[in-house]
Design a binder for this molecule. Structure first.
Ligand code: GPW
Length: 812
């Protein structure tokens, strides 16, 4: 059907063009009519209709970059936590109202179909969500870029709570098909594993893998703000070369005939649910190499096709490694350059280093990836040789530098020789990149002083900081239309194109009528969230209570336990002094624990046990409610964040590289209670000391305490409030069905308390009482909340990506 046919409303068909187009898609693409269509059919029809415009912009973007001979950015990440795409695309294309009206004319509620779109959860937490925000900002800044990752069939598991215990259920985001993706059968690559390496008489190296799979590209368009540009997220799917071995099949060996296919599909079947802890299994290394190899082959192929000369690669391609998961790409590019393009090792190394940048997201030593050398060598024998060659060169360079002794050489080496020999991926990524960046100012300084101290001495210009950011489209405009509308009324639309313009809001902090409207928006968001929690959990919340929220992966260093212990202490206080003027409080927790992380799972159970007891106690009533909201994901974050008053960012100082949830809350007018850790420090610098609640040990103090043999016992015994809470939990007050359930967890606080929960407890509790007081002063709280919003523009991922583009990639 031509456009004019689809568009023209006739006397018989009074619906406007867009509604007709959607119905036309429904009929001809989905094969249902409007009477038979179910909500999923309407969703698919809406996406497919909108997609036409996206595809046109997508092609234009690709052609323009090609015509300009532009340098492209390649973001390699094992995780992209993109969430839902319909609202994002509608909003970025400014088609929200039109589409809502068209659907309404058909009796369909846009919000309701948006709500059934599956949440694409191809990531664990912050690192994966950052990659998704970066893709959106790259398109919004009109930078030609590709994201490269894996098309997991099963993303992050669904979390169910059974009697308060986490149960992991498989996630199946592709169950209804995926209208956003395009398989590109023509973009397929051979990825080999194992086998052996031989050298021909002419000195040519030949790797003959014993196993191989085919990587097939599946593309998803990434729409930038105002649709300015549409970039590609290219995710790889693994397929067997010979899907069915017909000879075997005909001989009756059905299983054998399909074994290769099964093995290939296993590669891209499931996301490892590990956040900030390496998975360590062979399958994970296979995933890493599979997607790195396919991506590097694709980048090299595109470069040769467009520019012809492999030597100009660094001028036309910038490859960013999202942590070390794709670090093997360094060795893969070296392999292609030396074995296939016949460059000398030195020339290949120069090109490689000029092309790659590496972003580090953690300093926790146990979180740094390293692979047992025998495993690495068995799976990737040619890459092992290349790693040795890089290492020889690296250590030769290092030994020439003054002040680099034997210990420093051992720390710089790509091979960890202490105990079982292992390949250090962070050192490989560092050595193979011209830029190595941290994700917040403190984190970057600690990189120089700790994990990378010796590499930093060797290459003092390489480490740089790029403080993380978040896209204000998803994390303000889309998730908080009420606040967005109010901001437009106050300061106009400019902030939508440049989040830094939010500073125009600052004077409104002193305008009481504005503050009142601001508070009404917050309250309305709290009512909406309360309805969701009532419907999903059966718990009634008071929207006038302070909504105190800690949502993120469950990790000891993030200290959800500190929040829970403080809730228990507060519960105790309220019961002992019911006559005091308590500020009613709702404490919300949500987050997933890695399936093998027992302590984290026990913390979830504790939160649930504490909630059960407190919520049922008439002595506290509405003064305190605790809820653990199940199945935290991007879509749930979009519901909770706009409704939060208080943002909990209470990691042990020095342990959270940046945090990005902290930014989302503050941008939506929540005040932060937090430690001087990660990007909290920069948030404090932007919003001002009076508009944030900072407490606790600094990173230096934590290090000193650990060095001087700190134990929790003394502190607990010296703090009545803390001792009472810890002992109540330890003695089974919250677990009468199993009184010893938390004994070990609480003993841990007495014995080592590595995460300094006891050391920070009193300061945290005191800061919470300041929060109570301030929340009671509506004007003071409102002023601070408005000042937070006004000063959070700097944390837009547009600013972050602008810095990467100028300072690392050379594309702006
Ligand atoms: F361990 N982060 C994450 F560094 O979400 F690789 N997953 C991870 O596996 C790692 C880090 C890794 C997070 C950091 O914990 C968080 O502080 C940071 O804001 C985020 O990455 C984005 O930089």
């Amino acid at each position: 059907m031509t456009d004019s046919q689809a568009a023209a409303p006739t006397a018989l068909d009074p619906r406007p063009a867009l509604a007709s187009a959607i119905v036309d898609t429904l009929v001809h693409r989905i094969g249902k009519d409007a009477q038979a269509a179910r909500p999923h059919d309407w969703l698919a029809a809406t996406i497919l209709t909108l997609r036409n415009e996206i595809i046109e912009r997508w092609m234009e973007s690709t052609k323009a970059a090609h015509a300009a001979g532009a340098k492209r950015v390649y973001y390699l990440s094992l995780e992209f936590l993109i969430g839902r795409l319909l609202r994002d695309a509608l909003s970025n294309l400014r088609h929200n109202d039109e589409v809502a009206a068209a659907l309404a004319s058909l009796g369909v509620d846009l919000a309701a179909i948006e709500e059934i779109e599956p949440d694409a959860a191809l990531g664990n937490g912050g690192l994966g969500r950052l990659a998704a925000c970066f893709m959106e900002s790259l398109a919004s800044l009109d930078l030609p870029a590709y994201g490269y990752g894996i098309r997991y069939v099963n993303g992050m598991f669904r979390q169910r709570l059974d009697d308060g215990w986490q149960v992991e259920l498989p996630e199946n985001w592709l169950a209804h098909g995926n209208p956003w993706e395009f398989e590109r059968r023509e973009s397929a690559y051979f990825v080999g594993f194992g086998g052996e390496v031989t050298a021909t008489t002419s000195g040519q190296v030949h790797w003959s893998p014993i196993e191989a799979v085919e990587a097939v590209a599946v593309d998803t368009p990434m729409v930038g703000w105002r649709g300015k540009r549409v970039n590609t997220l290219r995710l790889w799917n693994a397929r067997a070369f010979d899907p069915i071995k017909l000879d075997r099949f005909n001989a009756g060996d059905f299983e054998g005939a399909l074994a290769g296919q099964m093995r290939a599909e296993t590669l891209t079947r499931v996301l490892y649910p590990n956040d900030s802890t390496p998975a360590g299994q062979e399958l994970r290394l296979r995933q890493e190499y599979f997607f790195s190899s396919a991506s590097i082959q694709d980048i090299v192929r595109r470069h040769l096709q467009y520019f012809g000369d492999i030597r100009t690669l660094p001028e036309k391609a910038a490859i960013q490694l999202n942590d070390t998961h794709p670090a093997v790409a360094v060795a893969e590019l070296m392999r292609l350059l030396t074995d296939f393009h016949e460059l000398s090792f030195d020339e290949a190394w120069e090109i490689t280093r000029a092309t790659f940048g590496y972003t580090n997201h953690t300093l926790l030593p146990e979180a740094l990836e390293s692979w047992p050398l025998p495993l690495f060598e068995r799976l990737l024998p040619r890459h092992m040789q290349i790693v040795y060659a890089i290492n020889a060169r690296l250590l030769r360079e290092a030994s020439k530098v003054d002040g680099i002794d034997g210990n420093a050489i051992a720390a710089i080496s790509l091979i960890d020789e202490g105990g079982e020999r292992r390949v250090r991926m962070a050192n490989l990524a560092f050595a193979g990149s011209h830029s190595v960046n941290g994700v917040a100012a403190l984190h970057t300084e600690l990189m120089k002083k700790t994990v990378f101290a010796d590499l930093h001495r060797l290459y003092p210009d390489r480490i740089n900081n790029k403080t993380n950011g978040i896209t204000p489209r998803r994390w303000l405009q889309q998730c908080n239309p009420g606040l967005t509308g109010l901001l437009v009324e106050a300061i106009g639309e400019d902030f939508k194109d440049d989040a830094a313009r939010l500073t125009a809001l600052a004077p409104f902090a002193n305008d009481s009528s504005f503050r009142e409207r601001f508070a009404m928006v917050k309250r309305s968001n709290k009512v909406t969230l309360s309805t969701y929690i009532k419907d999903s959990m059966g718990l009634t919340l008071d929207p006038d209570a302070i909504f105190d929220v800690q949502i993120k992966r469950i990790h000891e260093y993030k200290r959800q336990l500190l929040g829970i212990v403080e809730a228990v202490a507060l519960y105790d206080q309220i019961r002992s002094h019911p006559e005091r003027n308590w500020t009613p409080r709702v404490k919300l927790f949500a987050g997933k624990a890695a399936s093998s992380y027992h302590t984290a799972k026990l913390v979830i159970k504790l939160a649930n046990d504490v909630a059960k007891r407190i919520n049922a106690d008439p002595a506290v009533g509405d003064l305190l409610k605790v809820a653990f909201v199940p199945n935290y994901n991007v879509s749930l974050a979009e519901k909770i964040i706009p409704a939060a008053d208080l943002s909990e960012q209470i990691s042990t100082a020095g342990m959270e590289a940046s945090g990005t949830g902290n930014m989302k809350f503050a941008l939506n007018g929540a005040l932060t209670i937090g430690t001087l850790d990660g990007a909290n420090i920069e948030i404090k610098d932007h919003v001002g000391d009076d508009n944030i609640f900072i407490f606790g040990l600094t990173a230096d103090e934590v290090a000193e305490k650990r060095a001087s043999g700190y134990r929790g016992r003394q502190v607990i015994e010296g703090s009545r409030e803390l001792a009472q809470a810890v002992n109540a939990i330890a003695s089974g007050v919250f677990s009468p069905d199993d009184p010893d359930r938390y004994k070990g967890l609480m003993d841990g606080l007495y014995e080592h308390d590595w995460f300094m929960l006891a050391a920070d407890f009193d300061a945290y509790a005191a800061a919470q009482r300041e929060v109570d007081a301030k929340f009671g002063d509506t004007a003071a709280w409102g002023r601070s909340a408005v000042i937070n919003v006004a000063n959070m523009g700097w944390f837009s991922s547009d600013r972050t990506i602008g810095e990467y583009a100028k300072q690392i990639w050379g594309v702006m």
